[in-house]
Design a protein around this ligand. Structure first.
Ligand SMILES: *[C@@H]1O[C@H](CO)[C@@H](O)[C@H](O)[C@H]1NC(C)=O
Ligand SMILES: *[C@@H]1O[C@H](CO)[C@@H](O)[C@H](O)[C@H]1NC(C)=O
Ligand SMILES: *[C@@H]1O[C@H](CO)[C@@H](O)[C@H](O)[C@H]1NC(C)=O
Ligand SMILES: *[C@@H]1O[C@H](CO)[C@@H](O)[C@H](O)[C@H]1NC(C)=O
Ligand SMILES: *[C@@H]1O[C@H](CO)[C@@H](O)[C@H](O)[C@H]1NC(C)=O
Ligand SMILES: *[C@@H]1O[C@H](CO)[C@@H](O)[C@H](O)[C@H]1NC(C)=O
Ligand SMILES: *[C@@H]1O[C@H](CO)[C@@H](O)[C@H](O)[C@H]1NC(C)=O
Ligand SMILES: *[C@@H]1O[C@H](CO)[C@@H](O)[C@H](O)[C@H]1NC(C)=O
Ligand SMILES: *[C@@H]1O[C@H](CO)[C@@H](O)[C@H](O)[C@H]1NC(C)=O
Length: 555
């Protein structure tokens, strides 16, 4: 037995050794824009087709981050009707000027060049990060834009804008074309400008979002240039080391922050590559930064290794404590999202309202999440009755216990859980009317690049009994799907390699990572008026040690 004092000693030793551990915000959270105000740090990240948009995380120690608010919390702020995977809200910039937070971001509705629907850039401000308006101070808008609409060579452009009308009122100028050969695949993006010690700095991302992604920087004595690139560009680029076997890949899209003590850090996006693919998408990582001759060096100029931690603040809670949601109040936990715009209320939480009470015998007084399913499913570019949480760990279990229901589901009605990446890539398990036979079945449907494989097991009941739990075990690099009834052993129904949740289908982008969804759907038909009320009474997430190596070498 270890004496008490020794284990305390070991704990405090660990606190010092493992300070800030990457990723600092796990689960897909690309394009981090970091900011310090007093003793608080904030990070805003991209949200794509998820609603509400632009999560803002808060920390007081750079190691432990909590979801604080969302900048785009109403449909008017996040117009996402019909957007495909990868489109939607991109690359926020968060700043704080004279007591107000400012957020600039953009929405992309489609990337189909035939449609010729172009992105819109917008900005908003807030006193408290909770209520957002459109009140501004003097501002230059720097953006990634094409040189013209004929040859469409992207670069970093700038315009002074009217804060009243939002119009460009100054000269529209090309600021910088980055460090790569300047052709239409160069993709300089995500410009962030800041002022330090008599220089303006222009920090950008380049190289596309895949393995060649990187951060580069230039400086000038004027916000309009001319710009001098840093002698040590790219300042962040794991690919520069020739090691495509590193687990941390696609390092880039950085923003800088200074602590009250004068230490500097860079927050950036990176993928954790797991046996070749990244089911969690781009997460938020942090590294150290030093200045010399007015130029920044990140992580002492070395590659970012997953195992390296740094700083001298309290350790992260790792693995994080379990998450449990019993949907006991009428507000959903803010870590749940819907897809696109929830223009109708398609769920309720807490105790059921009276209008639903004549259905679900046996669940009429139970708190929980009750869906009002519509015709849409997770395969549609619309808003199915579904709520989603980002997958936070490469070694975790997501499980959801159904509310009992008094009646049967027909062939087209389903309720279940999903490991979701896009409308093309979601792996589902749940209960539905059986395929090719009568009655209800447990089912799993796996989607692989346009093919679909369904397994089913008869439920042998004309109602959905109490205490059925649906389970997804995510342990890199695979997902396994099962169910249990009460306390009986888990019945595993299907398994799929996580690479099927980590690629862009032809003609589409996927910048998100995996989420776990709860859903109910009429799968193309309205939910019948005599079909039972369905929902969930509890969700549990349990996280384990990930033990992901520094090199993406799996056997
Ligand atoms: C960037 O490239 C565009 C298109 O080739 C060119 O018109 C522009 O002058 C360049 N900008 C700078 C700052 O070099
Ligand atoms: C852009 O330049 C790079 C590097 O020279 C080259 O590999 C790539 O093919 C070029 N792309 C286009 C569209 O010309
Ligand atoms: C990773 O790749 C580098 C460069 O090819 C090689 O030197 C190194 O041995 C590799 N490391 C592992 C763990 O495979
Ligand atoms: C890694 O991927 C390869 C195929 O690319 C596969 O054969 C192998 O089984 C995978 N390894 C693990 C541990 O899943
Ligand atoms: C349903 O029947 C069709 C036609 O026989 C068959 O191809 C399919 O696999 C069956 N589906 C299930 C889930 O049994
Ligand atoms: C998906 O199918 C398309 C078309 O057949 C093919 O080009 C692509 O390589 C496939 N992708 C994967 C990941 O299998
Ligand atoms: C329902 O009964 C069939 C036939 O006995 C059996 O194979 C199946 O496992 C049963 N389903 C469940 C959920 O136990
Ligand atoms: C379901 O589980 C809860 C909690 O364990 C228990 O109180 C309840 O009696 C169970 N219901 C049934 C029908 O077994
Ligand atoms: C995942 O967690 C389980 C349960 O703690 C553990 O047995 C397993 O080794 C972990 N897997 C990895 C890759 O660390």
């Amino acid at each position: 037995m270890v004496p008490f004092s020794v284990s305390v000693f070991l704990c405090s030793l660990l606190l010092i050794v493992d300070a800030i551990k990457n990723p600092i915000v796990s689960g897909w959270n690309p394009d981090p824009s970091i900011l310090r105000v007093g003793n608080e740090y904030f990070i805003a990240t991209s949200s794509f087709e998820y609603f509400p948009g632009v999560p803002i995380y808060r920390s007081t120690d750079l190691a432990n981050w909590e979801l604080y608010s969302h900048a785009l919390a109403t449909p008017e702020h996040a117009q996402l009707y019909g957007v495909p995977t990868g489109a939607g809200v991109w690359a926020p910039s968060l700043s704080f000027i004279n007591g107000r937070f400012y957020l600039a971001s953009m929405t992309r509705w489609t990337y189909d060049p035939t449609a010729r629907v172009w992105p819109r850039v917008y900005f908003s401000s807030s006193k408290d990060l909770i209520t957002w308006s459109t009140q501004f101070g003097k501002i230059y808008l720097n953006l990634m834009a094409p040189n013209n609409n004929i040859d469409r060579i992207w670069g970093i452009y700038q315009c002074e804008i009217s804060l009243v009308t939002g119009n460009c009122i100054g000269e529209y100028i090309s600021l910088w074309n980055g460090t790569l050969p300047h052709n239409s695949s160069a993709r300089d993006e995500g410009p962030k400008m800041f002022y330090k010690d008599s220089y303006y700095y222009l920090l950008i991302a380049e190289g596309g979002t895949d393995d060649l992604h990187r951060a580069t920087i230039a400086r000038s004595s004027s916000p309009q240039g001319p710009w001098t690139p840093a002698p040590n560009n790219p300042i962040l680029f794991n690919g520069a080391y020739g090691f495509d076997n590193l687990t941390v890949q696609s390092t880039g899209h950085a923003t800088f922050v200074e602590t009250p003590e004068g230490d500097w850090y860079a927050a950036f996006l990176a993928r954790r590559k797991i046996n070749g693919t990244s089911p969690l998408g781009a997460e938020t990582l942090l590294t150290t930064l030093t200045w010399s001759d007015g130029w920044p060096t990140l992580n002492d100029g070395k590659p970012i290794l997953l195992s390296e931690s740094f700083g001298s603040v309290p350790d992260q809670h790792y693995p994080p404590p379990p998450f449990k949601d019993t949907f006991s109040t009428s507000e959903l936990d803010p870590s749940w999202y819907q897809l696109r715009i929830p223009y109708t209320q398609n769920y309720e939480t807490g105790k059921p309202r009276s209008s639903n009470r004549h259905h679900g015998k046996g669940n009429s007084e139970t708190s929980g999440l009750r869906f009002s399913p519509n015709v849409f499913s997770l395969s549609d570019r619309d808003t199915p009755a579904a709520i989603l949480r980002k997958q936070k760990s490469l070694n975790m279990t997501f499980s959801a216990t159904l509310l009992p229901a008094s009646g049967s589901l027909g062939y087209l009605q389903s309720i279940g859980i999903s490991a979701y990446l896009s409308e093309f890539q979601h792996q589902d398990t749940g209960i539905r009317g059986c395929v090719n036979q009568t009655g209800m079945c447990f089912y799993s449907t796996l989607l692989m690049n346009g093919t679909s494989v369904t397994n089913q097991i008869p439920l042998n009941s004309t109602t959905i009994p109490d205490n059925i739990t649906l389970i997804i075990r995510a342990e890199a690099p695979k997902y396994t799907f099962g169910f249990k009834i009460g306390t009986t052993p888990i019945v595993w129904m299907a398994e799929i390699e996580s690479s099927w949740l980590a690629f862009a289908p032809i003609g589409f982008f996927v910048f998100e990572g995996a989420s776990f969804a709860l859903f109910a759907s009429g799968n193309g038909n309205p939910w019948p008026s005599d079909a039972p009320v369905v929902g969930f009474k509890e969700v549990n997430e349990v996280y384990f040690d990930e033990n992901i190596p520094d090199h993406d070498v799996w056997t």
